[in-house]
Design a protein around this ligand. Structure first.
Ligand SMILES: *Cc1c(COP(=O)(O)O)cnc(C)c1O
Length: 388
């Protein structure tokens, strides 16, 4: 049987190789490798795509989040509310600016922030909320903005996994005060290397981000604050310009892949499928199911899930675990004092989640094979359990 990878960037490249090749050669011939018209043009196109007035390119999604926090003057003594069930960078940057991440629990159906928990976590020290549109699924931004408005908080959207996702007619990254995007190759809009962007409808925030991303320089060789060096390469911008033209079609192909998984998995009662939030259009960066160990009490949920993952791998199906440990229980955050059991939904899901192969080019036959193997593994006698 065919091996099925979690995603296949080389396959996608084949479909656009001549366009990308030409753009790269033109850029190389231009001699303009840093900044220049191609970066400016991509920023303009990406702002238009997201539906904002301003976009500033930078080196990565992580830098975008860091620059956003700095632009809102968030620092020591401030609290920022975010999800514990996300990639580490979301919380890392809060700590990097000297503020304190306040982790709250998630909704078990969407895997996104539980907004009741967000409202309950607001204190006089809270400065901002950082919602993450996890796996491509938008957070209920209407309610989130209402909570933020009530407490006068900044909202920084982590859109790294959700480029193109829509909440009630608006793209993510255009609803909060700042949107942060990653162009890491595995994201929906991926470069051929690192890249990121900050989006906003506030020209003053955009101007501040431009200063901060260039060493805090306000005029040439004149520095008013400590910044960083964070650039979107012209070469990456040239590639992203081409890929942006295909993004809506790739995202709708992802939605077709999701619909086929939903259909094939419907009869598989022991699998909990991801649910799309009413009012939102997910772009399915991941299709993440939950698998529960109901058979063997001697094995923890996570051990069972990992065992299942290994058996799928034996059959040529590569799956991923996003994320095996919530951030509030990471060793680096021990000093924040969260105990095991503090955020029960995150902790339960960390033991159950399994992300199936997901990319626009995945076809029905391959998906049928994935689900066939999954059913096969789910039916294996638990005595086959030999890891730990
Ligand atoms: C990928 C990712 C980031 C970081 O993006 P980089 O470009 O890798 O720095 C931040 N947050 C989330 C949720 C991500 O998935």
């Amino acid at each position: 049987m065919k091996k099925i990878p979690p995603l296949d960037l080389a396959q996608q490249y084949q479909t656009i190789s001549s366009e990308v090749g030409q753009a790269v050669l033109e850029l190389l011939a231009s001699g303009r490798y840093i900044g220049g018209p191609v970066v400016a043009e991509f920023e303009r196109q990406f702002a238009e795509f997201v539906g904002v007035s301003d976009c500033v390119g930078c080196n990565s999604g992580t830098d975008a989040l860091y620059l956003a926090l700095r632009a809102l003057d968030i620092g020591p003594g401030d609290e920022v509310i975010t999800t514990s069930f996300t990639f580490f960078a979301t919380a890392e940057v809060i700590s990097a600016v000297g503020a304190t991440p306040v982790f709250v629990d998630i909704d078990p159906h969407t895997y996104n922030l539980d907004l009741d928990a967000v409202a309950a976590a607001c204190t006089p020290r809270t400065k901002a909320i950082m919602p993450v549109h996890l796996f491509g699924q938008p957070v209920d931004m209407t309610r989130l903005m209402e909570i933020a408005g009530r407490y006068n908080l900044g909202v920084i959207e982590d859109c790294a996994q959700a480029t193109g996702a829509v909440w009630e007619g608006r793209r993510v990254g255009s609803i909060g005060h700042i949107g942060c995007f990653s162009f890491f190759p595995t994201k929906n809009l991926g470069a051929c290397g690192d890249g990121g962007a900050v989006t906003t409808n506030d020209p003053a925030i955009a101007a501040r981000v431009r200063v901060l991303k260039e060493h805090g320089q306000t005029k040439r060789y004149h520095y008013e604050e400590i910044g960083v060096n964070s650039r979107l390469d012209a070469l990456q911008a040239a590639i992203l310009q081409i890929k942006l033209c295909h993004l809506d079609s790739w995202n709708s192909q992802r939605r077709k892949v999701q619909a086929v998984y939903d259909e094939l998995l419907l009869p598989v009662k022991s699998v909990i499928r991801p649910q799309e939030i009413a009012g939102g259009t997910s772009v399915w960066n991941q299709y993440t199911i939950r698998v529960q160990n109901n058979a063997d009490q001697a094995m923890s949920a996570g051990e069972y899930r990992n065992w299942l993952r290994d058996r799928l791998q034996d059959r040529g199906v590569s799956t991923m675990v996003y994320y095996p440990m919530p951030l509030h229980l990471q060793p680096v955050y021990e000093s924040l004092g969260y105990l095991s059991g503090a955020l029960p939904v995150c902790e339960q899901l960390a033991g159950e989640v399994l992300s199936l192969p997901m990319f626009p080019e995945l076809n029905r036959d391959e998906q049928t094979q994935v689900v066939w193997c999954l059913k096969d593994c789910l039916a294996l006698p638990i005595s086959n359990f030999e890891s730990v």
